[in-house]
Design a protein around this ligand. Structure first.
Ligand SMILES: Nc1nc2c(ncn2[C@@H]2O[C@H](COP(=O)(O)OP(=O)(O)OP(=O)(O)O)[C@@H](O)[C@H]2O)c(=O)[nH]1
Ligand SMILES: [Mg+2]
Length: 234
């Protein structure tokens, strides 16, 4: 008898990418840029978004979809910094967001009344790298307490990202962390990576980040990474 093997994972990913491209088309039609923030747990994604909503909420129309494995804590935190709806996705154990969840989240977002969509992915440096959500770009956030070699240990995430935020620079006097070495590790994996150096607590480096967010929101697009571009066009 012939044996038929089905690569379930591949099929699931294909289905995801089809839906993600549909999301991308809808975002494009409304001129909405989307940034997908990815990181290990606790690098500072939510605090960075809280600060961004505070700083730019009067000038830009920003929508947020935030994913967590179990709680809605991040959505509740973010909702205190915007008058707009913050969509919470509880993945119930899954270590990443997928396009279906973004599609559901967008049902409540008026894209014609939006300049920029932020997606805060589940804190995990592995799984979210494989999932295209229709974003313009992944922004990988990592912090000075995590070690310089994270890009080499989790290369897929740093390859998929177009932007890297090195956060918690306020802690540099207290931890042995070599910034040049970290940047070098990241650029060895992805020479295209554009860096921001921030402290979401003190505010250091945030003006440069805000200028970038303004540019992305006003142009309705952000330069994409090569892997994301390939998936968007497949
Ligand atoms: N010192 C310092 N602490 C920070 C900075 N940014 C975030 N934190 C702290 O780091 C902890 C985690 O921050 P979050 O913003 O919750 O991190 P996250 O990436 O959203 O975490 P998950 O959603 O669980 O993956 C909190 O206690 C923050 O106050 C920073 O720039 N400097
Ligand atoms: Mg968070």
């Amino acid at each position: 008898m012939a044996i038929r093997t089905i690569d379930v994972r591949e099929r699931v990913m294909e289905k995801n990418d089809v839906l993600a491209r549909d999301i991308r088309a809808r975002l494009d039609a409304s001129g909405v840029a989307a940034l997908n923030l990815v990181s290990s747990p606790g690098s500072g994604k939510t605090l960075l978004l809280e600060r961004t909503l505070d700083a730019l909420g009067d000038e830009l129309r920003m929508a947020v979809i935030t994913g967590d494995v179990q709680t809605q804590n991040d959505a509740e935190r973010l909702a205190r910094h915007t008058t707009r709806l913050v969509q919470a996705v509880v993945t119930g154990g899954a270590c990443h967001l997928d396009a279906r969840q973004i599609d559901n989240g967008l049902e409540a977002v008026d894209l014609d009344d939006t300049d920029l969509l932020f997606i805060e992915n589940v804190g995990n440096l592995v799984c979210p790298a494989s999932w295209y959500l229709g974003e313009d770009a992944k922004v990988v956030v990592f912090s000075v307490t995590e070690g310089e070699d994270k890009p080499l240990k989790y290369p897929k995430m740093f390859r998929e990202a177009r932007y890297a935020v090195l956060n918690k620079v306020d802690l540099l006097p207290y931890v042995p962390f070599d910034v040049d070495q970290a940047v070098d590790c990241a650029r060895r994996v992805n020479p295209e990576l554009e860096f921001f150096f921030t402290s979401a607590t003190t505010g250091a480096g945030l003006d440069t980040w805000y200028d970038f967010i303004r540019r992305v929101a006003r142009s309705g697009r952000a330069p994409v990474s090569a892997p994301v571009a390939a998936r968007a066009q497949a």
